[in-house]
Design a protein around this ligand. Structure first.
Ligand code: 5RP
Length: 230
């Protein structure tokens, strides 16, 4: 699938999700190129139908800037109790609706917004859909104070750690001033076990295993259809 075709599929899934957004609701908005199409579609609904939202919270400065450029006011997570709906992209989504997220480095805020949302809908093109979680390195956000120890521990456990880097070779730094270690384990044989291990590893801030969080996936397929999995 070339980029043009993939972008078209992302746009279709995003447009379908934008139709789910209810007037005067509290909306969570994720991060990524698919979500950028979703924000465009929200802007169209605002212009054409006067869509208004009680609150919008988002998971990155990129999405915040795009929303504000379209005239939406963006609040912070602390300003709301719960979102009615959060729409986000994903790097991989399995048959169980478990996913890998964090390719864009926004996993910590994404998970915090997601678990404070009544409903989570993911929008993906069909290239992201897998039977079991695989095909994408698992992002793990770590505190700089113990990052080297975390890296060595992951290497000793054969979790195939790689530092996330910027194009100039410097270490990628998250919104919260942390590093990301990508674990190139493929496939992830027991996601629940790995999540439990990472959750109890001191120095790990958050990881990109989103298990039991997604309620519905909107998948745009290259045969022109949209599949919805719940
Ligand atoms: C960012 C994410 C994104 O949702 C994920 O990387 C998908 O992005 P895209 O829609 O650009 O493929 O988890 O941290």
């Amino acid at each position: 699938m070339d980029k043009k075709e993939q972008d078209q599929l992302k746009r279709e899934a995003a447009t379908k999700a934008a139709a789910l957004v209810k007037n005067n609701s509290v909306l969570g908005v994720g991060t990524g190129s698919t979500v950028a199409f979703f924000i465009d579609a929200l802007g169209q609904r605002k212009d054409q139908e006067g869509l208004t939202l009680k609150h919008i919270v988002t998971t990155s400065n990129r999405s915040k800037k795009q929303l504000e450029s379209l005239g939406f006011k963006v609040d912070e997570l602390k300003d709301i109790d719960q979102a009615d709906l959060t729409v986000d992209g994903a790097d991989r989504v399995a048959d169980t609706l478990d996913g890998i997220k964090g390719g864009g480095g926004a996993l910590t805020l994404e998970k915090n917004v997601a678990i404070n949302s009544k409903r989570n809908v993911w929008i993906v093109d069909e290239s992201k859909v897998v039977e079991h979680l695989s095909g994408f390195p698992l992002p793990v956000e770590v505190l700089p104070i113990s990052a080297e120890q975390n890296f060595r521990k992951f290497a000793a456990e054969d979790l195939k750690p790689q530092w996330r880097e910027n194009e100039d070779g410097s270490r990628y730094i998250t919104h919260y001033g942390n590093y990301i270690i990508d674990l190139a384990i493929d496939p992830i044989p027991v996601p629940e076990g790995l999540a439990a291990y990472l959750d109890k590893t001191v120095g790990v801030v958050e990881h990109g295993l989103f298990l039991g969080i997604c309620n519905e996936v909107i998948i745009a397929k290259s045969n022109g259809t949209i599949e919805i999995k719940e």
